[in-house]
Write a protein that binds this ligand. Structure first.
Ligand code: PLP
Length: 414
């Protein structure tokens, strides 16, 4: 017998297998609401205009160094831009000295996109912080479970989604963390556009979560996969991260940053991981950076260069950056329009139930509130693919299919 014959069965990723089922479904009316990727009105992928401009420039230059290795930590210029975008540095109205000091608190390295940044952070903290638990929202992006399980850290859940109101269960979250989280535990937080629910804390609620982390000495781990993509404003979507970062006395925390959605660079695996020290000794930041590089060298040597080259060019050029802002606005506003269109159709059909949450939720996803049975009927009878939890990727809607989907929802809930 093989040494591997008694392997445990490994779970199949629901999102990617659903996407495959959609791709092989011959029905012409099929609708894909599974994968968290941006799609146009025509249901097509959309390379951002700002990104295409850089690509054309890169292809026209005959740069013989274009396939060379990056340093282990990644492209330093890219990392500076990534950090500045996340933490809001290099604005005209800031105190230069204070900002230089603040930057010294942050150890930034390039990662294999957001997933890799989550993994690197989990690996680093499992080794060096040794938390007893990591607290994840119920529900959360399923990969958070896999990533932390692979590090052998016990996962615990804090209530997040209130099914009766389809809103954030702030009281439940705060009470559980207050009573049960232990000093040194990691608290995983979605920086904006919570996946899968589309429900975020308000600014006042974020302040209370920050106060709790500070008082109980919990370690905030921000996962930022939708900065600028959610609201159209990179500053607005980084509000919580920046609020935590600017607290006094300074809090230690980290951020996993993805450029998959906000630059449409999904397959190029472009991201960064930032670990923030409290700044008591500047040498500590360098020590953190070296230890992160040690893990990187042993795991993947360094991040890929194509996507990070594109991001640094866009963020480093004012005209391209202005174009990128237009691209963000185009994506986020189409998604908001589709939320409204679905809501309007359901109201027009007098579909039983309340659907306000569809327009109140934020970002790529809507937690529709549909039950498993309803989701399966939508898939089997109407060829509409959403996750078993009822999560729909809003960018899968278009002017052409929204009436069809609303009618199908109306059918399954009656
Ligand atoms: N974190 C969350 C919450 C996500 O929704 C995603 C993407 O769907 C990611 C991280 C990471 O994506 P990627 O690895 O493509 O950057």
């Amino acid at each position: 017998t093989s040494s591997f014959s008694s392997l445990p069965d490994a779970p199949v990723d629901e999102i990617f297998s659903l996407n495959h089922a959609y791709a092989t479904d011959p029905n012409p009316n099929k609708v894909n609401l599974s994968l968290g990727v941006y799609r146009t009105e025509e249901g097509q992928p959309w390379p951002l205009s700002s990104v295409e401009q850089v690509e054309q420039e890169l292809h026209s230059q005959n740069n013989p160094a274009r396939h060379e290795y990056l340093p282990i930590e990644g492209d330093r210029e890219f990392l500076d831009h990534a950090r500045d975008l996340m933490f809001g540095f290099n604005k005209n109205d800031t105190d230069v000295e204070k900002e230089a000091k603040a930057k010294k608190r942050i150890a930034s390295v390039q990662s294999i996109s957001g997933t890799g940044a989550n993994h690197l952070g989990a690996a680093f903290l499992a080794h060096h912080l040794k938390p007893k638990h990591v607290w994840v929202s119920i529900p959360t992006w399923a990969n958070h479970h896999t990533i932390w399980e692979l590090q052998g850290i016990e996962r615990k859940g804090y209530p997040y989604f209130d099914a009766s109101t389809c809103a954030f269960n702030f009281e439940g979250a705060i009470t559980t963390l207050e009573n049960e989280a232990e000093e040194g535990d990691v608290i995983l937080l979605h920086a904006c556009a919570h996946n899968p629910t589309g429900v975020d804390p308000s600014k006042e609620q974020w302040k209370k979560i920050a106060e709790l982390c500070q008082r109980k000495r919990l370690f905030p781990f921000f996962d930022s996969a939708y900065q600028g993509f959610a609201s159209g404003s990179a500053d607005e979507d980084a509000w919580a991260v920046r609020y935590f970062f600017n607290l006094s006395p300074p809090l230690e925390m980290c951020v996993a940053q993805s450029f998959s959605k906000n630059f449409g660079l999904y397959g190029h695996r472009t991201g960064a991981f930032h670990l923030v020290t409290n700044g008591s000794k500047p040498a500590e930041t360098e020590l953190v950076r070296k230890n992160l590089c040690h893990i990187i060298r042993g795991e993947y040597s360094m991040g890929p260069r194509y996507g990070s080259t594109i991001v640094k060019r866009v963020l480093g050029d004012s005209a391209l950056r202005a174009q990128w802002q237009k691209d963000l606005t185009a994506m986020s506003s189409r998604i908001k329009r589709m939320r409204q269109a679905l809501y309007d159709e359901l109201v027009r059909l007098n579909t039983p139930g309340s659907w306000e949450h569809i327009i109140n939720q934020n970002g790529m996803f809507s937690y529709t509130g549909l039950t498993l049975k309803q989701v399966l009927t939508l898939r089997n009878e109407f060829h509409i693919y959403l996750l078993k939890s009822g999560r729909a990727s809003v960018s899968g809607f278009s002017e052409k299919n929204v009436a069809y989907v609303a009618q199908a929802i109306d059918n399954v809930v009656r």
